[in-house]
Design a protein around this ligand. Structure first.
Ligand code: TUI
Length: 314
């Protein structure tokens, strides 16, 4: 399977399955496991200082011989230094999130890295393709963390029609049904975040994983719609406080301040009530923690039956 997939060929991977580059939990442990299982593991640089990122890259290089990527969160205060690290370490695939990476593209292309930004709109996808990106990740608002405004179902085909580079679809995908649906929408591959949180290799605190296991379809909310930084998180004490402050006319600064340090508090501190549990809407479907290899093998194994079901209906 996937022998003729242009994304797999271009990146040297077996399956067109990316692991979302999640801040704090997209570590070398998870990224190397995904790459070893035939997908593309991605270290999430998040707000990491450059030294820490370099350390994660060194670990991942030791733990896998397969290609892996780094996701650069463009709102990070360390973005320039982190770009320098990935260039020095000659990381073959750079994904970006939460902004427009245009100014960094020439330097990354110069060392031969594939640049694959996450986009949440057709306009940004078209603009970035003109600057020479190799593919785009179309991320629907079902995803956890920082999101756009359009659902995967509506965004994916519009981006596929608008650009001539491979499209990876993200947001609401966690099994073969989701993957086949994304491919039907015109995707060349998929990216999953929440599914990989519930893996044995993910280093998230056990309370964080338990919270994801307990989540139902309507357990997440989007905060920050008024500040221009919408973030999908599990509904909890923190989001209720945020909503309360928002209702009482708190300023963007006050609201942004409330979020500082809260992701780490949840992912590592295990405080899933006062911390920020960034997970996607598909968490409601997930009920099992599995090794990364089993997650990927199960999805790939289910693809023929999923396709057959579709065909039998037509
Ligand atoms: O980046 C993400 N998801 C993230 S980043 C993150 S770290 C964080 N921590 C605390 C508070 C806020 C963030 C957590 N989750 N996904 C990729 C993504 N990028 N989704 C949406 C976008 C996006 C949105 C608008 C990309 C570009 C864009 O347009 C920018 C522009 O200038 O046009």
């Amino acid at each position: 399977m996937f022998e003729n997939n242009r994304l797999c060929k271009a990146l040297g991977i077996k399956y067109p399955i990316f692991q979302g580059g999640m801040a704090w939990i997209g570590t070398a442990e998870l990224a190397s496991a995904v790459s070893n299982a035939g997908g593309l593991g991605i270290i999430g640089a998040g707000h990491m200082p450059p030294d820490l990122l370099r350390n994660e890259i060194k670990k991942a290089k030791a733990w896998t011989d397969n290609p892996f990527g780094v996701n650069i969160m463009l709102m990070s205060p360390f973005v320039k230094e982190v770009m320098q690290v990935v260039i020095e370490e000659r990381i073959p695939v750079i994904t970006t999130g939460a902004g427009n990476p245009a100014e960094y593209i020439p330097a990354l292309k110069e060392i031969g890295s594939r640049v694959i930004p996450v986009v949440a709109s057709v306009a940004l996808a078209k603009r970035l393709v003109r600057t020479g990106v190799d593919a785009v990740i179309a991320e629907g608002m079902e995803s956890g963390g920082h999101i756009g405004e359009i659902t995967t179902m509506s965004l994916a085909p519009q981006i596929v029609d608008a650009v001539d580079v491979p499209v990876i679809v993200a947001g609401g995908i966690a099994d073969a049904r989701g993957m086949v649906a994304a491919l039907a929408l015109g995707a060349d591959g998929v990216q999953m975040g929440t599914r990989f949180v519930l893996s044995e290799e993910c280093i998230a605190h056990e309370n964080y994983k338990k919270a994801v296991l307990k989540a139902r379809d309507r357990s997440t909310v989007v905060t920050g719609l008024t500040t221009g930084h919408p973030v999908r998180v599990l509904s909890n004490k923190l989001t209720r406080k945020f909503e309360d402050m928002e209702r009482h006319g708190a300023s963007t600064e006050e609201l942004d301040k409330l979020g500082v340090g809260k992701l780490n508090l949840a992912t590592h501190g295990g405080d899933v009530e006062n911390g920020s549990v960034m997970i996607g809407q598909i968490s409601g479907m997930l009920s099992e923690i599995k090794p990364v290899k089993v997650i990927i093998d199960d999805i790939v194994a289910q693809i023929p039956a999923t396709l057959k079901r579709v065909q039998d209906l037509c």
